[in-house]
Write a protein that binds this ligand. Structure first.
Ligand code: CA
Length: 241
């Protein structure tokens, strides 16, 4: 499978939620697997009635909705989902010749559709377009750095490991920024000193060791380490295998 595209996040930094409503089990499974791989929280329902019930608890941001369901039309399901959440975005899955005109009418309202058979890339691109147009998502690809599950929004000066916000001092932030701008590059203590502290800083390599230990404590929090020591040389930031 190819590398996932840059994940999208909700405005509060949480993962986006997709409900897949599709009665063909293989297709539903593939969609769920691929959405999960791309960083969505995904749930599935095989009928319209189940979809409406699941949505009450799951509260999806988007619904991937098959038009032809065993217990009726996806259009009716959409009406019921909209009663719960008028803002929910919908990507319809349609068979080639079914209902295309009616669907086209609905997409004028901001929803979208793909025609079976479709590629997952197509579904992924349409979903990204949907949530962006709806203002539901932000991606940090424009103003952020990502290494593994570590994300830095440089403009907001915000760091998250997974879902957890990590509070950093100014110096810790600058040190991490240097490491994140050079993922998988071994940086010597001298290089780090030079770039994070100023050239005329009197301190030695021990201050780098000290701040790396602060960062590790805050970032790892018992999880797999991100900053690795390269003995005799310095440090490298890389995602754990
Ligand atoms: Ca179907």
């Amino acid at each position: 499978m190819s590398q996932p595209t840059t994940p999208l996040f909700g405005p509060d930094g949480s993962a986006l939620r997709a409900l897949v409503v599709e009665d063909e089990p293989n297709l539903a499974d593939v969609l769920i697997r691929m959405l999960t791989y791309e960083g969505w929280v995904a749930a599935q329902a095989r009928t319209g009635a189940i979809a409406v019930a699941v949505a009450t608890e799951f509260k999806p941001d988007v619904v991937v909705l098959d038009v032809m369901l065993p217990d009726g039309s996806g259009l009716d399901v959409l009406r019921r989902l909209r009663e719960q959440n008028p803002a929910v975005c919908v990507l319809f899955l349609t068979a080639k010749d079914s209902l295309e005109d009616r669907i086209a009418g609905i997409t004028a309202g901001g929803d979208d559709y793909v025609t079976k058979p479709f590629s997952f890339q197509e579904v992924s691109a349409r979903l990204r377009g949907l949530v962006r147009r709806a203002g539901l998502a932000r991606s940090i690809e424009d103003n952020g750095l990502v290494v593994g599950d570590l994300r830095m929004d440089e403009d907001a000066r915000e760091v998250r490991r997974g879902e957890d916000l990590v509070e950093l001092t100014v110096t810790e932030f600058e040190l991490l920024r240097l490491l994140m701008r050079n993922p998988r590059v071994v940086l010597s203590k001298a290089q780090i000193l030079d770039r994070v502290w100023s050239y005329d800083f009197g301190g030695g390599g021990h201050v780098v060791e000290l701040y790396v230990s602060y960062l590790r404590k805050k970032l790892d929090n018992g999880g797999p380490p991100l900053i690795h020591t390269v003995r005799g040389i310095g440090y490298v930031l890389k995602p754990s295998p």
